[in-house]
Design a protein around this ligand. Sequence first.
Ligand SMILES: Nc1nc2c(ncn2[C@@H]2O[C@H](COP(=O)(O)OP(=O)(O)OP(=O)(O)O)[C@@H](O)[C@H]2O)c(=O)[nH]1
Ligand SMILES: [Mg+2]
Length: 434
Amino acid sequence: MDEVTRGARALVLCPDIRTLRYDLDARERLEEAQGLALAIGVIIAHSEIMPIRQMQPNTLFGSGQVQNIATQCELHECELIIVDGALSPIQQRNLEEKLKRKVIDRTGLILEIFGERAATAEGRLQVELAHLDYQQSRLVRSWTHLERQRGGFGFLGGPGETQIEADRRMIRQRMSRLRRELEQVRKTRTLHRERRGRAPWPVIALVGYTNAGKSTLFNRLTGADVMAEDLLFATLDPTMRAIGMPGVEKAILSDTVGFISDLPTQLVAAFRATLEEVTGADIICHVRDMANPAHAAQKKQVMEVLADLDVVDRETGDSDIPILEIWNKADLLDPDRKAELREAASGQQAVIMSAATGSGMDEFTTKVAEMLTAKAKEITVTLSASDGRRLAWLHAHGDVIADDDAGEGEQGPVRKLTVRLNPKELGQYESLAL
Ligand SMILES: Nc1nc2c(ncn2[C@@H]2O[C@H](COP(=O)(O)OP(=O)(O)OP(=O)(O)O)[C@@H](O)[C@H]2O)c(=O)[nH]1
Ligand SMILES: [Mg+2]
């Protein structure tokens, strides 16, 4: 977000539209909206739930409410109004005119956050693409940091129709260039992934709603210093590290972007590409903030995204990849609630822990090790002692339990090996060319 907005005093409004069905109640949504607002560095001067019986096509809010918003802005000296919902370009423009202040909606807000956080080349390309897509319909807008940073496409001032046409064309051209660049970056990434796919280590993916504690857990396990903050979308680009823990000699741990409800459609594709890593994981750890009253609705969102990624069956909830639920932030729960959860967890793949304090870590590592071994198969093979290639491969990739001299065969000495291989490795071993 541009200089003017960072540090700006903002009025955060959460429309509660009677005709819509929400997963979270208004108070929870308002809280999330405040979190999003803080994530772009504004000061929340005042926030309010706005019940709406009937949406007004021109302003969303009724005229009395618009009056009221204007008064609140004066009272709290706000320069910016954040509406936690979707505004049509017309509604946004009309509200700005009536209120004489900058107005942004939920999509705009999330795009701003993503724009600030994206760190990798791919992340930046995706976000810019999403932003341009959003702007196409809002050509008179002039507040986004992207266009400012890039020297502008000439949206400033009240452009005439020809100017808007020219801008549209420019946006379209820029978008198709970005798509080409993205394609290139993705190809490279797929190559990297394929190369890693041949590496023998299992992949553990951390997923979860934004602010659940994924990066905190990641840091604890890797000793890394990934940005873990009380900020929504602290992590945008996937981060991977090799880790070792009791029972798992080596694994790759991947931290991912947090999920959120009502992700702007423009960002869904970007988001999905970032999450592709998850589809190749051996285990998914679903980190949940059990201290958040909205944790059940948040889980639902996460499962939806996993279903979108074809990891989870939307109807049955069955998953191709084993999922371990991390019931995080246990340190914030009172003992009764904890006991309740402990009971509930015993029947499922779930661990109660605190990534912040480290409590429950042992149980976590034991569970992960168990799940990885459950997937592994033990095979026994006899090989000619001169088959150096296979012998070396098994020692390098598998968990060799026994490697014994098995006497003389027709072609000389023979060895008998018992090896544990996870399914991926087993496939690789079987396809080793003779
Ligand atoms: N009390 C408590 N706080 C925690 C725990 N785990 C994480 N946190 C805090 O929760 C906030 C969010 O943690 P992150 O690790 O950044 O969450 P994330 O899931 O990576 O969030 P995104 O990257 O935004 O998706 C931080 O302020 C953490 O310190 C926990 O077990 N207990
Ligand atoms: Mg994170």
